[in-house]
Write a new protein. Structure first.
Lengths: 197, 729
């Protein structure tokens, strides 16, 4: 018997918080009701944010159910756009454009430099969970080719030095993070009796 | 529709406004090469192969996506067009493996054909080609995805025609791949049509893979035997072996499609365990024998059992895919031998309507009209699993019309319903009656006083009223009942209700029937209450009586009541108990080995000539594609010889054509007599257990399908799985 009471929205509601659902609903409202596929991109972005920056089979299926579209339609979008990650990625996702303009301006060298500095291949994530290198299609910054993106920041007109700078900035930031973390950890390890007075 | 005047290659043509250049060219028999364009699918314009030269435009344009305009002059053979096509071909071949010698599509490949016309002798591409991992799409479809040229016909087929999108294009640019959602196999009941659609060798038929080359095959026209639509097929065979079955275009029936069941059932014939000689059981052991001995034994035993019981204790059960010729001779034989116990309706519970209704059962309108219905009411019709291709037509009508359903079981629809009622199976008649009563309230001047009295106590709610008013207010509407309705304990009441509802709402009506030849079998007289062409017959026992009450002798004509009947357990018990069981069958396995006493090998589908009458009443005759295996003979010949041995008159036919012509003459002389249905007895509540739907399941409907290996390996073979029906496109 067809279960008319089956709630297609439950699956996603169990995975992401209410405010994420509200954000997705906002996007759904922007399109005509019978057009089910346009909000896929927005929904995937929201869900990815709440899922540790990557998508799983379960989350894609939940989105498909929520939007009432075939599973494969969601999968198509998730595989098409390079901003969606189908595997666990590092804290810093470095996306290097390798389309025509960037290629002509030395994208190959950019990739090579990143690979040797970080000791991982394009498409891989470093063991410490910090870096992922991805090669991606055009990100509409041809005027500044060659270019790359770290998480949501564009870096254009790359040179060897610039790339070194980007990487050392990240490393410095990480050192700071680690220091902050260890202070917090230290604070947590202090016995309550010691903080009297 | 407004017309424009155009010219293609110097030929002056008239075309409808809005049509694309390629459509007009196809109609005028001017060939334009193409890969992604298909007349039954939407325009994608992604292969760019159909470039043509339009006089007024600076560059070549795709013929599939360029609408015609007044005065357009189109050239398909100018340098501009040919150069564009050659460039496209060069791009398509960059990543194509060119492995034609080991490709199953070789010899019938659109890419191969066109590369001869448009490909260069030597490729200029010297970089590495890409390789795509093959997908596992299940036991029916083999994949070689490196060969794929991304025309997306398979994707569009799922989305547009089937309504269940299983394939998609994932990835981007050079990394684009055609596949399913993360390694899932394809489950639809019409999946293999993508094999025909694929213009290259990316999707090929798994069961016939590496079996033969296209140019070695011979092609015979035939008719598919596993649902009541009667889809037209081509049987491809080589050296008397069936290699594959493909659809034969018939816009009025199967269009260009074929269900997986009709396409792959042939495997039972080429790879199933076949009965090759007549066999007789002596002291519990089977012995091969010659036809003469076997037939004499059959005649002697029939005479003995029929003689001893004045015909009461012997009966004939006729299978689902028996041809009209066979059932005509079969009923002649058994009536001539002194018994009227013959029936093909081994899944019917209610026989109270015997003698009324039409001579044939089925539709009172052509199937094509399903496409155009403004309102359709499905009554216990599981179209996708019973007559898969009819669901395409109903789905098409949902583009503008409404489809409503009274559905007592889990229905998987590939279209959206506007209203759905879900009664328990035993309350199906009550639910239909409620719609009739609601319709009667809106249009009170149609039904007779007697019918109104019958309906007086029937209560209805808003949904019933809505359904009724939708049917009444629609310009064209139809009522379509599924196979289960004829199996329902109140089948006759429901039939009467459906016809009454059709009368009030001026709708067409159609009954889907089990098997491929219910109409033919009924016309031929393979029923206890009527002889051929609605002729008179002393009443005999019906299938239910024969099966459940038990008899001394059974004659099974390509029928396995121990599986197919609703009372399968009782059937098995009574067949085992019977004194003498004669089985005419193409197969040498199954329970017949236990219960039969003599087995006569008859030809299977595609091995015999014959005629099926489809649910609309179309008589479709076909010849044998291949000869029967071993000593097996076409069923009609075996029955003819039996008639001769009984020394009965009217068994001197020399061909199946003569048999069918004879029956046709009789039928045409009386026409499709319609005896008005009597107003049924008042509606009672049936016991729930008596009304269960003992569905045979998609791939268990007849002996042949049950033995088709690849079909049995599909997920859908494990009968119906309960799932939520939703359409997603």
């Amino acid at each position: 018997m067809t279960d008319l009471n089956y709630d297609q929205t439950l699956h996603l509601k169990n995975i992401v918080p209410q405010r994420a659902i509200e954000e997705i609903d906002l996007w759904i409202k922007k399109y005509p009701e019978e057009r089910k596929r346009p909000p896929i991109i927005a929904a995937l972005k929201v869900v990815q944010e709440h899922n540790g920056n990557y998508l799983t089979e379960e989350t894609m299926q939940a989105v498909a159910e929520y939007l009432d579209v075939p599973d494969v339609a969601v999968y198509e979008v998730a595989t098409f756009y390079s901003m969606f990650h189908l595997d666990k990625v590092g804290r810093y996702v470095i996306s290097v454009c390798n389309n025509i303009s960037c290629s002509l301006r030395g994208a190959d060298k950019v990739i090579e430099q990143l690979q040797s500095r970080l000791n991982i291949r394009a498409g891989e994530t470093s063991d410490d969970g910090l870096y992922t290198i991805k090669t991606v299609e055009c990100m509409a910054a041809c005027a500044g080719a060659p270019m790359l993106e770290v998480n949501k920041t564009y870096y254009e007109n790359l040179t060897e030095e610039k790339i070194d700078k980007i990487l050392s900035d990240i490393a410095a930031m990480e050192l700071k993070r680690a220091a902050v973390r260890s202070t917090i950890d230290d604070a947590a390890s202090i016995e309550p009796s010691e903080v009297k007075d | 529709m407004d017309k424009v005047h155009i010219e293609i290659d110097g030929k002056k043509l008239e075309a409808e406004v809005g049509s694309m250049i390629i459509e007009v060219a196809d109609e005028a028999d001017i060939y334009i090469p193409r890969f992604c364009y298909h007349k039954k699918l939407s325009v994608a314009a992604n292969c760019r192969m159909c470039m043509v030269d339009v006089g007024s435009l600076p560059k070549a344009v795709p013929a599939c996506a360029t609408p015609v305009a007044e005065g357009m002059v189109i050239q398909t053979q100018t340098a501009k067009a040919i150069n564009a096509q050659k460039s496209v071909m060069e791009f398509l071949l960059i990543n194509h493996p060119l492995d034609c010698p080991v490709c199953d599509q070789g010899g019938e490949c659109e890419l191969q054909d066109l590369s001869i016309g448009y490909g260069a002798d030597v490729g200029r591409y010297s970089e590495s080609k890409r390789v795509v991992k093959d997908k596992d799409l299940g036991p029916l479809i083999a994949t070689d995805m490196t060969r794929c040229i991304h025309c997306t016909r398979c994707v569009r087929f799922g989305q547009e025609v089937v309504g269940i999108r299983e394939m998609g294009a994932t990835g981007r640019g050079e990394h684009m791949e055609i596949g399913t959602y993360i390694e899932s196999s394809i489950e639809s009941e019409v999946s293999a049509n993508i094999i025909d659609l694929c213009p290259v060798g990316a999707l090929t038929a798994k069961p016939s893979r590496y079996k033969a080359r296209a140019w070695e095959l011979r092609q015979s026209s035939s008719v598919a035997a596993h649902d009541c639509l009667g889809s037209n097929v081509y049987v491809h065979h080589r050296r008397n072996e069936i290699i594959r079955v493909v659809p034969k275009e018939n816009e009025a029936i199967n269009e260009v499609w074929l269900s997986d069941r009709d396409r792959f059932s042939y495997q039972a014939l080429s790879e199933g365990k076949r009965l090759l000689t007549p066999r007789i059981k002596r002291n519990g052991e089977w012995h091969d024998t010659d036809w003469q001995t076997a037939l004499n034994k059959v005649v002697a035993e029939m005479k003995r059992v029929i003689g001893a019981s004045k015909g009461n204790d012997f009966g004939m059960l006729v299978g689902n895919s028996v041809t009209t010729e066979e059932s005509y001779l079969a009923q002649k034989l058994i009536r001539g031998a002194g018994s009227n116990n013959i029936d093909f309706r081994i899944r019917r519970r209610d026989y109270s309507g015997d003698g009324s209704g039409m001579v044939r059962s089925g539709f009172n309108f052509p199937m094509e009209k399903l496409d155009e219905m403004d309102a359709t009411l499905l009554i216990a019709a599981d179209l996708r699993h019973e007559q898969p291709l009819s669901a395409f037509r109903v789905r098409r009508s949902t583009g503008f019309g409404q489809v409503m359903a009274i559905n007592p079981f889990d229905g998987e629809y590939n279209f959206r319903l506007t209203h759905e009622l879900q009664p328990e199976t035993n309350l199906l008649a009550q639910e239909v009656a409620a719609v009739v009563a609601a319709a009667d309230k809106i249009c009170p001047d149609v039904l007779s006083a007697e019918a109104k009295e019958w309906l007086a106590s029937v209560e209805f709610n808003q949904t019933h009223e809505k359904i009724a008013s939708n049917l009444i207010n629609s310009e064209s509407s139809c009522l379509l009942s599924g196979v289960y309705v004829q199996e329902h304990p109140q089948a006759e009441t429901i039939n009467w209700l459906i016809e009454s509802l059709a009368l009030i709402t001026s709708s067409s009506w159609g009954y889907m029937t089990q098997g491929c030849n219910a109409a033919g079998n009924k016309i031929a007289g393979a029923v206890p209450m009527r002889s051929a062409a609605g002729g008179k017959s002393k009443p005999g026992k019906n299938a239910r009586q024969m099966i459940t009450e038990g008899m001394k002798g059974y004659f099974l004509l390509n029928c396995e009541p121990d599986v197919e009947s609703i009372w399968s357990e009782q059937a098995l018990k009574n067949l085992q108990k019977a004194e003498y069981v004669i089985a005419l069958t193409p197969f040498a396995d199954g329970r017949a080995l236990e219960y039969a006493d003599v087995m006569l090998p008859i030809a299977g589908c595609f091995e015999t000539s014959g005629t099926y009458v489809n649910v609309e009443g179309k008589w479709q005759s076909f010849g044998a594609a291949v000869a029967a295996q071993g000593e097996a003979r076409p069923g009609w010949k075996v029955l003819r010889v039996l008639g001769n041995l009984f020394e009965l008159a009217g068994f001197d036919y020399e061909s199946s054509q003569q048999v069918i012509n004879h029956l046709r003459e009789k039928f045409d002389a009386v026409g499709d007599i319609r005896v008005a249905r009597k107003i049924p007895s008042p509606l009672t509540l049936v016991d729930f257990n008596e009304a269960t739907r003992e569905s045979l399941g998609l791939y268990k409907v007849d002996p042949m399908v049950r033995r088709a290996k690849a079909l049995q390996q599909t997920p859908k073979a494990s009968t119906h799985h309960i799932s939520i029906s939703r359409v997603k496109t």
